[in-house]
Design a protein around this ligand. Structure first.
Ligand SMILES: Nc1nc2c(c(=O)[nH]1)N[C@H]1C(S)=C(S)[C@@H](COP(=O)(O)O)O[C@H]1N2
Ligand SMILES: [Mo]
Length: 235
């Protein structure tokens, strides 16, 4: 048996068949397994008069502030990790990707909610462009804002592949028909509509696909998770 396996894995066609089977499994997974439910969407008239800011309103990060002063002209979103084809996207690149516009309710654990209209690039389109490897299980979002006064503990978050491919999961660049303001995460923030507010990473600078987040920062998959919040914050 063993000898047979060895022989198989050494033959030229076997790895190709395996690869093929893997991609069939992956697309089957995407068709069958995603938590399909959509978050509720609202009418224009349901929108809150304003969408408040919570947590960081202005990152204390010299590089970020310089970029903001230049109107985010030099912004690049690096997407890498367990991918076949890493990319570095400008805001124009992101705006050229397939987009989605949605009016949804944001729920913060601190006890406030607000309804707003978001537009952004579908995260699924970004993933299609980078070609995730089969070993990729989580998408990490690294942010520009330090959570400590000394400039350490950059905010970060993570979601699983099911939420990443969900149609309402977008990298938002517009809020209520205008460019995303700095207090709400300019130039790019995550909307992952079936999750609580703290999962919606603002000021995203880099995305990384990983198999595990056990060795990243505090190991719990996010800044607030490292401080005791649940990783899965589904609503
Ligand atoms: N980078 C970063 N992302 C973040 C936060 C933050 O402080 N920094 N706060 C989180 C929390 S708790 C909430 S409720 C929302 C608030 O989004 P808003 O500022 O657009 O209201 O962003 C989330 N994403
Ligand atoms: Mo929040």
């Amino acid at each position: 048996m063993l000898a047979g396996c060895e022989k198989l894995s050494k033959s030229e066609w076997f790895p190709k068949v395996l690869e093929g089977a893997e991609s069939v499994t992956r697309s089957a997974q995407r068709l069958l397994l995603p938590r399909k439910a959509m978050a509720q969407e609202f009418a224009e008239s349901d929108r809150s008069p304003s969408f408040r800011s919570n947590g960081t309103a202005m990152p204390r990060n010299a590089q970020y502030l310089a970029m903001a002063a230049g109107g985010f002209e030099n912004y690049r979103l690096d997407v890498g990790g367990l991918v076949g084809k890493p990319v570095s996207l400008s805001l124009a690149d992101l705006r050229a990707l397939p987009s989605r516009t949605q009016i949804t309710r944001h729920d913060c654990v601190e006890g406030w909610s607000a309804i707003a209209k978001w537009k952004g690039a579908k995260l699924s389109a970004v993933l299609d462009a980078v070609q995730p490897k089969a070993s990729a299980r989580f998408v990490m979002f690294y942010c520009a804002d330090p959570m400590e006064a000394d400039g350490t503990s950059l905010y970060y978050e993570s979601i699983d592949m099911e939420d990443a491919y969900h149609p309402q999961t977008i990298l938002a660049y517009d809020l209520n028909d205008t460019r995303l303001p700095i207090p709400n995460g300019a130039p790019i923030r995550l909307r992952v509509e079936r999750q609580l507010g703290y999962k919606h990473a603002k000021y995203i600078t880099r995305i990384e696909l990983v198999e595990s987040f056990a060795n990243i920062a505090g190991g719990k998959g996010g800044y607030w998770e490292d401080n005791g919040y649940e990783w899965y914050a589904g609503i």
